[in-house]
Structures are given as structure tokens and as C-alpha cells.
Design a protein around this ligand. Structure first.
Ligand code: C5P
Length: 241
């Protein structure tokens, strides 16, 4: 399989076609952005940490029976994925109130959300990713009711699997964003699962271990990403095993 040409450049990733029309290559760049692209920087090594964590989580989800687009690692910041027909939804699962729902609704940061809350945004830079509801999703003809049920169920299963995995490593999965696509008519998890798309807190100190460190200047972003990647890729901690 050979890389052919650039298909798409996002804010932090580039996607390339290959000589196999079924396979794309996803390259995680060192670019980081926040606040709808208003804040941006390039941080050396960041792409590799996010690709490594994403690859690991996609493999882990597959081992747990959840289908993803992941095919295999190529280089530290690059992996091969299936060519999906992407669904323009950002499916956010929230276990603890933080970020935009604290700004928009009367939650206090740190409130436990049990059962978890699913929020779905319309993935559209032109419209600034507005929040959707089920009726809007059907009116926009984005997915059918059966597909939406399946997407929500898959998002909750991913939440269970990742929350348990991270908890054993002293990390709270506060919230995360998933994207889905179709492959041969089947819905699978696409895009990335990384420090850029999750909110992670240290269980003891509640310190941010994700892109909030960049968004709100909470510390050294690369030190945080390196540290949390190492924790994620390590065996469970003895005290919480
Ligand atoms: O900003 P907000 O609180 O809505 O984000 C919820 C979660 O979704 C966070 O983990 C954030 O990193 C992720 N997210 C994302 N891409 C977006 C919007 C949110 O990965 N475009």
C-alpha cells in the first residue's frame, strides 16, 4: 500500500489517499488549536503522542468488540484507516460536567453525570458545530432513527470500556468526542481518540491531563501529553488494580 495524494487537511490531522481506494493514511500533525481555531500553535512531538494513544485505544476497542476504522500503525504519527463514508456528527459523552455544558447550563464543574449525558453537535466549521437534537438530525437527513440509536449505544459502550481502563490508571474520563462513519453499510468509530478529543483528570489531584492544559494555559502541554500517554500505555497501577 502506497501513499498517493493529500485528500483533506483538518486543524491537526491530514488524510492521504493510497493506491488502495479502501485505505487512507491519517497523519497527526504537531498543530494544536482551540476555541474554533482562534488559538493555534505547533508543539513538536504532539502528533506522535496523539497518534500513539489513538492507535492504542482503537486496538483496545476492537479487542472489546467495538468496530473502528483502524487498520494499523505506519510511523509514530501516522496510521492506516479504512475509507469511511463519514457522518457529520460529533458525539460527545459526558461523565462529569466540564467545558461547554458548564458554560451553557446550570451545572457546576465536577458534577457527576450519572447516567452519562450524550450531546451531539453538527460537524460543520461554517456553522461553528451547533448542538443538534434528534429532530434536527432527522430533518437534516444525517442518519435514520435506527442508526442514531446504534450510534448512541456504541458511544455508551466505548464510554464504559474506556472509563474502566482509565480508572485503573488513576484517570477520570470526564468527557470525550467520537465521530462515526459507514463502511460497507456498517457504522464504525472513526477519526481519533486522543488527548485532543478527551477531557481527562487525575483521580487524586483532579489536574487536567488533556487539551484543557493548552486551552487555559494550565501548564506545559507537551509534558502533560507525554506523561498521560505513558500512563495510558502502562499496566494498571497497583493500588487501583
Ligand atoms: O468544548 P466541550 O466541553 O463541548 O467539549 C467536550 C469534549 O469534546 C471535550 O473532551 C473536547 O475535547 C471534545 N471536543 C472535540 N472536538 C470538538 C469539540 C469538542 O474533540 N470539535
Amino acid at each position: 500500500m502506497k501513499q498517493v495524494d493529500l485528500l483533506y487537511t483538518g486543524k491537526a490531522k491530514s488524510v492521504y489517499r493510497t493506491d488502495d481506494p479502501e485505505v487512507y493514511i491519517m497523519k497527526f500533525r504537531d498543530d494544536i488549536t482551540a476555541f474554533d481555531g482562534e488559538k493555534k500553535d505547533t508543539l513538536g512531538g504532539k502528533g506522535s503522542y496523539n497518534a500513539e494513544v489513538s492507535s492504542f485505544f482503537f486496538r483496545y476497542l476492537e479487542e472489546n468488540g467495538i468496530e473502528t476504522h483502524y487498520l494499523g500503525s505506519i510511523e509514530p504519527a501516522t496510521f492506516a484507516v479504512r475509507n469511511l463514508e463519514m457522518i457529520p456528527l460529533e458525539v460527545i459523552v459526558r461523565n462529569v460536567a466540564a467545558g461547554s455544558i458548564v458554560r451553557k447550563y446550570p451545572f457546576k464543574e465536577g458534577d457527576r453525570l450519572d447516567p452519562p449525558v450524550i450531546v451531539i453537535d453538527y460537524k460543520s466549521d461554517a456553522h461553528h458545530d451547533p448542538m443538534l437534537n434528534d429532530d434536527l438530525i432527522y430533518a437534516l437527513d444525517l442518519v435514520t432513527p435506527e442508526e442514531l440509536d446504534q450510534i448512541k449505544a456504541m458511544a455508551l459502550t466505548v464510554n464504559d470500556v474506556l472509563s474502566e481502563y482509565l480508572d485503573a490508571r488513576g484517570i477520570i474520563l470526564v468527557d470525550f468526542k467520537l465521530e462515526f462513519g459507514k463502511y460497507n453499510g456498517k457504522i464504525v468509530v472513526g477519526d481519533e481518540i486522543s488527548m485532543d478529543s478527551m477531557r481527562l483528570w487525575d483521580k487524586e489531584t483532579r489536574a487536567s491531563l488533556d487539551k484543557d492544559v493548552y486551552r487555559f494555559n494550565k501548564g506545559d502541554v507537551m509534558e502533560t501529553y507525554a506523561g498521560v500517554a505513558k500512563r495510558i500505555l502502562s499496566p494498571p497501577r497497583e493500588e487501583s488494580a
